[in-house]
Design a protein around this ligand. Sequence first.
Ligand code: ADP
Ligand code: MG
Ligand code: ZN
Length: 476
Amino acid sequence: MAQYEAVIGLEVHAQLKTKSKLFCSCSTQFGKEPNSNVCPVCTGQPGSLPVLNRRAVEYATKMALAIGCTVNERSIFARKNYFYPDLPMGYQISQFDLPIAEHGKVDIDVDGAKKTIGVTRIHMENDAGKSVHSQADNASYVDLNRAGTPLIEIVSEPDMRSPEEAVAYLRCLHSILLYLGICDGNMEEGNFRCDANVSIRPVGQEEFGTRAELKNMNSFRNVQRAIAYEISRQEDLLDDGEAVVQETRLFDADKGVTRSMRGKEEAHDYRYFPDPDLVPLVLDHDWVEELRAGLPELPAARRARFIEQYGLPESDAELLTGDRALADYFEKTVDAYDQPKKVCNWISTDILRMVNECGGSIASCGLAPEEFATLVRIVDEGVINQKVGKNVLGELFAEGGDPEAYVKDKGLVQISDTSALETAVDEVIADNPSEVEAFRGGKTKLMGFFVGQVMRKTKGQANPKLVNQILADKLK
Ligand code: ADP
Ligand code: MG
Ligand code: ZN
């Protein structure tokens, strides 16, 4: 059977976090009564005219600069014509021949393999409304609250060769958008969406194969699954001597498969033409340069700084800086207790586990960075042991509180008093004569058992290092 190589290009839609819509002053607020955030412009009433939202242009420009695009100081809005009930104007306002930005790049890293993915273009466009299908009423409803919300579409070159590369690229874009604070990046709510174009070709062949466009993936994991499934589906087709059809396919997350939705339309099907209601978008050169100068530190730069400044391994730096809020939390903690590697270890294990249990955002952690720093310090200083420390973190995670006061209050302070520990050890030895005999006869694995017994006697508060020493001494 032939060996194939996958070719993947992504089209990413990011909803821009503006207060009002792209061409009218309606609110973009999510979750309002259907059709309450609407006006003549975003419902396509005859005679209404679009007025461009400056903030949306600013956000699109920031993203363009952040991924090294050339910003076109003159770009054109075009009408993309198609009929759909949730598109009252009968066309989407987008950009076609002259988008706001082109020729960017994103550096990705998959298990240490670094690669640059080209970004073809970024264009601005407005979102459509939503069709709501009700089985109970045997009817479909249209909610236009989302109609007219600003989006940028970021189109990649077909540079990715595996589902892992595609997800790495997507994660990079996601974290940059969040660093810039211009998109909520919530895939489940649909304000960060991705279509994946997937084809395969025999290894060594230059020419691309026919692609399928995959839609309906609402998590990073599903993007990965959908692409992986699609690659193997296409491989099976070619192996059977059949052809891949150019089409749009929907991912079914329950079954883990993609299914044909419709034939793929070509650009000419949309009869694009410049929107006569909108003048060309002209950006002031100095304004663009001001935005460039004002860009925040981005994930790649921050990762490099974490390695340099805190002496962290690349994988830790990557983990911490992928999420801006998490990186902020780390830095504030280290400000209060200057032990970067130790703080990082606590975050990458315990904090992240709890964060994931509470919805995935560090915002769910009520323990202030300064309080967390105190916890890491008192474990370090041996005031409490590691295990008690983990429990205290669990108790204080949601609501916060001073760990020092908490452990005093609850009497959790570690027992490092040698005589108290000796008493406990003596008792354990007296209670377990046969184990003691076995240990002395060479069954040294029983050490763990004895330590466990002493810990039980001291309610987990004994200093484990001391317990080990005393036991070793007394069991000789
Ligand atoms: P549209 O999907 O709107 O027709 P394009 O033709 O510009 O837009 O392509 C969209 C995406 O498909 C781009 O990300 C591009 O890299 C990718 N792409 C184009 N050809 C292929 C191919 N043969 N295999 C995989 N991806 C492709
Ligand atoms: Mg497309
Ligand atoms: Zn409106």
